[in-house]
Design a protein around this ligand. Structure first.
Ligand code: FPP
Ligand code: MG
Length: 321
């Protein structure tokens, strides 16, 4: 991924500079929280997707590409600041969350601040600001609905694949899709190119979340991702749904265990998923989405951006953090 990083560096620096200037405030507590997040920025996959799509369409980026990419990353971080409160998470990206360091209130308020700064960047778009704002509004509504459905399902213990896929589209793939489409729009893509960008990013987003859910079962804690969190939160994800397919006889019992989850049942369920190769099932589904994503790129000319979009899809399937 070294060449990939080098290729994107100049564009990413512009995105980061715009994020930092957007977040400036004279409130000391707010700046302390900002610094904490900015110093532990994540993989910035959403801006990478928007930039690579813009480059695949037009060979270059515009000011709007940078604005929309910054908006995607600001909104993504805003959703995580809210999510860490909702999930009472003490760590993210291997470091303490704002919520655990300073409390849930600063985390929610900081999330609000990052969210509106993202919206402000979209509204500054030279062209198509209102269309792109409409796309991000739909995505924000998906995020909230996905989180609500996830809560409802955790309560009932009845998640099936249908609800699982709705949840992961809403909580993850929708923002990938909108980031890619905004990147395409920022350089005047054709409707065919727009559709390809959306399809690529939707599939990559779904694959990204499936891999996240696999890592929650058998990831490497040292890479900064706590393991076993989803079961603690009563979330039924694809590795377990895959194991149910292999052994339906145990399904009811395990669903009941999840409603009263404790450390022993977590070990039992992880063993069940291991024995029934639920991860193999989830990986196969993920690979199918990644192949679909790569196929969608056929409409773009061969060249570096397309090559890196393909590499990005492969990286998502192999990532360990
Ligand atoms: C992480 O999932 C959570 C999300 C990707 C979306 C969170 C969305 C909201 C809280 C809706 C409100 C958002 C805004 C901007 C108003 P996870 O908990 O499964 O993964 P994790 O391990 O990264 O926490
Ligand atoms: Mg969470």
């Amino acid at each position: 991924m070294k060449n990939f990083k080098t290729y994107l560096q100049a564009d990413k620096d512009r995105v980061m500079a715009l994020m930092e200037s957007s977040l400036r405030s004279d409130i000391d507590l707010l700046m302390r929280c900002n610094r904490h997040i900015l110093e532990h920025e994540g993989k910035q996959v959403r801006p990478a997707v928007a930039i690579l799509i813009a480059r695949a369409v037009a060979g270059d980026v515009t000011e709007d590409t940078i604005r929309f990419s910054a908006a995607a990353e600001l909104i993504h971080n805003a959703s995580l600041l809210h999510d860490d409160v909702a999930d009472s998470s003490s760590t993210r990206r291997g470091v303490a969350t704002v919520s655990s360091l300073l409390g849930p209130r600063p985390s929610v308020l900081l999330g609000d601040f990052w969210l509106v700064k993202g919206i402000a960047r979209i509204l500054e778009g030279d062209k198509n600001a209102s269309r792109v704002m409409g796309l991000f509004s739909k995505t924000l509504s998906d995020l909230a609905e996905g989180e609500m459905l996830q809560l409802e399902m955790a309560e009932s213990g009845k998640t099936t694949e249908k609800e699982y896929y709705r949840i992961i589209y809403d909580k993850t793939a929708t923002l990938f899709e909108t980031s890619a489409l905004a990147g395409a729009i920022s350089v005047g893509a054709t409707p065919e190119q727009e559709a390809a960008a959306s399809e690529y990013a939707r599939c990559v987003g779904i694959a990204f979340q499936i891999q996240d859910d696999i890592l929650d079962y058998f990831g490497n804690e040292a890479m900064g991702k706590p393991v076993g969190q989803d079961l603690k939160e009563k979330k039924i994800t694809l590795p377990l749904l895959g194991a149910f397919k292999a052994d339906a006889a145990q399904e009811q019992k395990i669903r009941e265990m999840i409603s009263n989850i404790g450390p022993e049942s977590i070990d039992y369920i992880r063993n069940f998923v291991l024995e029934k190769d639920g991860v193999g099932y989830a990986k196969a589904e993920m690979e199918a989405y990644l192949s679909k994503a790569v196929k969608a790129l056929d409409v773009f000319q061969d060249g570096k951006p397309k090559e890196y979009l393909i590499k990005l899809a492969a990286y998502i399937g192999n990532r360990n953090k």
